[in-house]
Design a protein around this ligand. Structure first.
Ligand code: FAD
Length: 381
């Protein structure tokens, strides 16, 4: 088994790193401090071929592998964590589930502006009453002639304030078997977007309301029975979160490492104190182990969708390692790390969010236990 990058991958990593150093390094702290979607970065990334890396060439994408997409997102996060969100939106998020299951007509209609960095897609799964228990979602799609009427509400959607199209999980009928998904454009009658609210990590989200929102049958991505396929696609989104978590933790680690080499207290650089050396050893151990689990999941799925068990193990390890490293790095930087002048406090807030988003650490552990015992454990009362 070999997780070393090959020559082509190393060259790709090098070109993305050079692009990030040249174009993104200067504005990294400014972007981290702003809730706005970095559209200027999205355009540059489109020009660089960093959006749609795993989307087939026939559909207008790059036709690369999941490993390539992970290389890109981590190379960007190493320089500008906020810009890595653009790589996520263009490769791992709703766009990936969409491009996996969309009809040729849907691809033609929705994909070009997403790949050009001119539009972004948001996923609406969570509802006020359906968070971890997502299959309890209540948003309905009711057939009405050649159309569907959508009624319900969604919360917490990443990029919901900026998206022009939403991939919305809906209920066509009762039970898990009744769940599927539809594509809803921002300006559709009966669809309103509430006022923005901010997460602790600086991202904003808006509640979505569907009130007899009429969409054509052409907007159905997956009909009733599509839930498991949607979640299989969503595992890619989870790996994007995992890849950013470990890379953003590493970003903080590198800053703390430099700081510990030069900051002196008691007449010695911080790196000479064993209490801090052990923090670095623990951080590196967690980051490297998590990265290996990530690459195992990614390489196994390079041209398809990752397994649920590999994804859960990788995301859990990366979420924990990323947050641990960011938090310990902030401690090593002292008051400066806790200040808005340092990007490290942003790294702490970002990595913390991924322990809740896209499968909380508790839900991942439930899923891993199911893999261990090879049976389903219903969480219902
Ligand atoms: C940064 C961020 C981005 C997000 N982006 C999106 C998005 O783009 N689209 C979208 O639809 N949603 C998004 N979400 C919402 C996210 O999917 C939910 O927050 C998540 O599913 C958990 O749901 P909840 O917040 O309602 O918590 P709840 O489900 O109410 O859970 C509360 C706590 O109980 C724990 N818990 C629940 N059930 C169990 C159980 N059976 N066993 C053990 N522990 C359990 C949870 O892990 C959690 O710690 C985002 C959230 C965050 C924080």
């Amino acid at each position: 088994m070999n997780f070393e990058l090959n020559e082509q991958q190393l060259a790709f990593q090098d070109s993305v790193s050079r692009f990030a150093q040249r174009e993104l390094a200067g504005g990294a702290l400014r972007r981290a401090s702003s809730g706005d979607y970095p559209w200027d970065v999205a355009r540059m990334m489109a020009d660089m071929g960093l959006l749609g890396i795993t989307v087939s060439q026939d559909a207008g994408g790059v036709g690369g592998t999941l490993s390539d997409a992970v290389i890109a997102i981590q190379a960007v996060a190493a320089v500008c964590p906020r810009s890595a969100d653009v790589v996520q939106a263009g490769n791992f998020g709703a766009i990936r589930t969409f491009s996996e299951y969309a009809s040729p007509a849907q691809l033609k209609r929705f994909l070009p502006p997403l790949l050009a960095g001119k539009a972004v897609m948001s996923v609406g799964m969570s509802e006020p009453q359906a968070g971890s228990a997502v299959t309890e979602l209540r948003t309905t799609a009711t057939a009405d002639g050649d159309d569907y009427l959508i009624n319900g509400s969604k919360v917490f959607g990443t990029n919901s304030g900026d998206a022009s199209v939403f991939l919305v999980y809906v209920r066509f009928g009762p039970g898990t078997a009744g769940i599927g998904s539809v594509l809803i454009e921002r300006d559709t009658a009966g669809f309103t977007i509430g006022k923005p609210s901010a997460f602790m990590n600086g991202e904003s989200w808006s509640q979505l309301y569907f009130d007899n929102c009429r969409i054509s049958k052409e907007n159905v991505l997956l009909g009733a029975g599509g839930f498991r396929r949607q979640i299989a696609g969503f595992n890619i989104e989870r790996l994007g979160n995992a890849a950013r978590a470990v890379a953003v933790g590493r970003h903080a680690f590198e800053i703390a490492k430099t700081h510990a080499g030069v900051r002196e207290q008691f007449g010695r650089p911080l790196c000479e104190f064993q209490g801090l050396q052990w923090k670095f050893s623990d951080m590196l151990l967690q980051l490297e182990s998590a990265q290996l689990l990530l690459m195992r999941a990614v390489v196994a799925a390079d041209h398809g969708l990752p397994s649920a068990q590999d994804t859960s193990l990788a995301k859990l390890a990366c979420n924990q390692a990323g947050y641990f490293a960011a938090n310990e790095s902030m401690q090593i930087l002292g008051a400066f790390g806790f200040s808005e002048e340092s990007i490290v406090q942003y790294c702490v807030r970002r990595t913390r969010g991924w322990m809740i988003a896209g499968g909380s650490t508790e839900i991942l552990k439930n899923r891993i236990a199911e893999g261990i015992f090879e049976r389903r454990f219903s969480q219902r009362a």
